[in-house]
Every structure is written in C-alpha cells, then in structure tokens.
Design a protein around this ligand. Structure first.
Ligand code: M6R
Length: 362
C-alpha cells in the first residue's frame, strides 16, 4: 500500500518524521536514554569498529563524527566486503557495531561472524528484528522504521542515524564527557527533529522544480564537510541508484586535490552546508567551484543563505538545526532531489535496474 503516493519511496520519505518519533520514543524517556537489555556501558569501551554496506555504511560514516566528537571514542568504519577479507586485528576493548536495514546482507553478516570471538561485544542496528544479523548480535538495537519497500533506502537511513546519535550521546554521558544538563539539551533538540523534518518535507515543490533541471545533467557532484561529508555520499548514492546520473561526493577540502578539474558549467555541484563551525571553509570551497563556472545548488539555512548565496545557481533553505543533527535533517532534501530527478527521468523509482533490496549474496 503506497498510502496515496505514486511510489513506495515517496511514501517512505514522507513517513520519516513519524517513524523517527517512534524510534526515539523507544530509546528515550523523561529520565534519559534507555537501551534494551543487556544494555551497554561505554565507560570501559576503548574503540568502536563499525561495518556496513551502502546507505548503512554512510550512516556509520556519519556516526563516526558523533562518537569521536561527543564521546572521544576512536571509530574505525569500513565497508563489509573490504573488512571481512582484510581480516583486521580487533584490539581488546572494542565494540563491533553492524548496521543493516534488512539484517541479511551477506558481507555484513560475514563481517559480524569474523568479529564474533574477537570483539568485546557485537552490537547491531537493524530494521528487521528477526533477521540473521539481529539474532547473531549480543545487543540488537531496532530502528523501528517499519517495512521499507523501495530499493533506495530512505526512512531506514534516518532512523539508523536517530539510533546512532542516541548511542553516541549515551557514550558521551557514560564517558563523563557531557553532564546530565548537556545531555538533556541534546535530547530536547533530538526530540524536536521530526518537527523540523516536516518543514523540510514541505519544500517538495521547490525541490521538484530543481530536480527537473538536475535531470538534464550527466554528472553531479556533492560536497560537504564533517558529518555533512558523509551525507554528501548518501546524496550521491541515492541519486545514482534511481536516476542513473553519475554522481560523486567529495569532502569539500579535497576538491582542489583533483576533483575540481571536473567542474564546468554543465556540472551541478550540490553543497550541503548548514551554518556550523565549518561553514566558512565550505563556502570558500564553493566559491572556488563558482569561479570555474560550476553551477552551485547551496542547501543551507536562512543565515547561511544570507551570508553566502551570492552567485550561486540556486538555494534550498532548511530550518536552523543543532549542527550535530544536521545530517538527519539534510537527508530529506538529498532524498527528495534524487526522487524527483528520477521521476523527471521516468525511471523505475522503486525497482531501479540492476539492484535488489536485500543483497544476500556477496
Ligand atoms: O539491508 P542493508 O542495510 O544491509 O543493505 C545495505 C545496502 O545494500 C543498501 O543500503 C543499499 O545501498 C541501498 N540500495 C541504498 O539505497
């Protein structure tokens, strides 16, 4: 049932504020964060190894910034197909964390089994609660996104991020890096996020109009810094999966080390830049793109647009948000741009060519 939408993907994009609210309600109460039994105390955890594929991998990449910045826990992130054959040493004090919507991805499951007798704990962040990855974990953490039918993952991504930021905040508290008051402030911001997502979803008409233009492009670049770099990857993956337009993500600071050679007036460059501590740096990279004729779509907040929109091709304005939570909010326009671009191109949005929902063979 597409709930009145043209595609499952559209329905699943629209559901995000609701499903994220259920996910947060599951982990948060008035007293703070509660994990299902047997819990997890980060106080003694020295490092985290996070492994996944595709969109779930980009959720891990985003969470690396959170765990490192908030909790001071070093994080290694890898794609499962590399991790499992690389056979990396797992030091004592490591928690191995696997993220998977289906819980059946062959490479992720193999990576989990590799860690079985090596890591202190096996934690998984999964959507399908009765899946192999959930069953084989010491602590399976559900994301409660509900069935995701569209091959392009959307609501699972934002719910994965919702659970991962909650874990990172718990880790920060367990490690004594934040106190109860700071934790409460972060949790209030987190609880407010679904409301902001609704405002972002309301931009659909504008996003659709921009996507019609993007549909004419052959190549599209996504740029971001910090956690927005991870989201840039997700934006590029979403776009290529369903619109078949070649899209790549770069850390904005890497641009001048090569990729800027790709920029000309035919290449739209999507810059994801909330006004955070790194905003000015991203803007200066964006200006380098514009100086070479690049067509910039700046996704930012009102403050960012007032400061930096001069000379850009277009802007998309999102509500102001706690910079920590920006990747979750900015996922909405990233998904919508991909969706409307694919619709404009007339591709099979829910069943894109060559792709399967669950990759159970390696
Ligand atoms: O079920 P999983 O989360 O383990 O799946 C991982 C990837 O196959 C998946 O995220 C894939 O990249 C999606 N098609 C992305 O939209």
């Amino acid at each position: 049932d597409k709930g009145g939408h043209k595609h499952f993907m559209a329905k699943e994009i629209a559901e995000q504020p609701t499903v994220l609210t259920s996910a947060l309600n599951y982990y948060l109460d008035e007293t703070g964060i509660t994990l299902p039994d047997p819990g997890l105390d980060f106080a003694r955890i020295e490092r985290l190894t996070m492994v996944a594929c595709g969109t779930a991998y980009f959720a891990c990449l985003t969470a690396k910034y959170w765990f490192e910045q908030l909790a001071g826990i070093p994080v290694e992130v890898d794609v499962a197909s590399e991790f499992r054959y690389r056979e990396p040493p797992i030091a004592p004090g490591t928690v191995a964390l696997f993220v998977s919507q289906s819980g059946e991805t062959a490479d992720t499951l193999a990576a989990l089994r590799y860690c079985r007798d090596k890591a202190d704990r096996i934690v998984s962040v999964v959507n399908v609660a009765e899946s192999s990855i959930a069953r084989e974990s010491d602590l399976p953490l559900p994301i409660l996104a509900g069935a995701e039918i569209g091959v392009a993952s959307t609501k699972a991504f934002t719910c994965q991020l919702g659970v991962l930021i909650t874990l990172a905040l718990k880790a920060a508290r367990d490690k004594g890096r934040i106190d109860d008051t700071e934790l409460a402030t972060h949790l209030t911001a987190l609880r407010g996020l679904p409301g902001l997502m609704n405002i972002a979803l309301d931009q659909a008409d504008r996003t659709r109009a921009l996507a019609r233009k993007l549909a004419e492009a052959r190549d599209i670049l996504f740029l971001g810094r910090g956690p927005m770099y991870a989201l840039a990857h997700e934006g590029a993956l979403k776009l290529k999966e369903i619109s078949y337009i070649h899209a790549e993500a770069y850390a904005s600071g890497e641009l001048k080390h090569g990729p800027i050679a790709l920029v000309d007036k035919t290449v739209p460059v999507i810059v994801m830049a909330p006004t955070d501590a790194l905003f000015d740096k991203t803007v200066s990279n964006m200006q380098e793109v514009m100086a070479r004729g690049g067509k910039v779509l700046l996704i930012t907040d009102r403050k960012g647009a007032d400061q930096a929109a001069e000379g850009v091709w277009n802007t998309l304005i999102l509500p102001e948000v706690d910079p920590l939570l920006a990747p979750i909010l900015y996922a909405i326009p990233a998904q919508q741009l991909a969706y409307f671009t694919a619709v404009a191109k007339g591709t099979d949005v829910d069943q894109p060519r060559n792709l399967a929902k669950s990759v159970t063979v390696e």
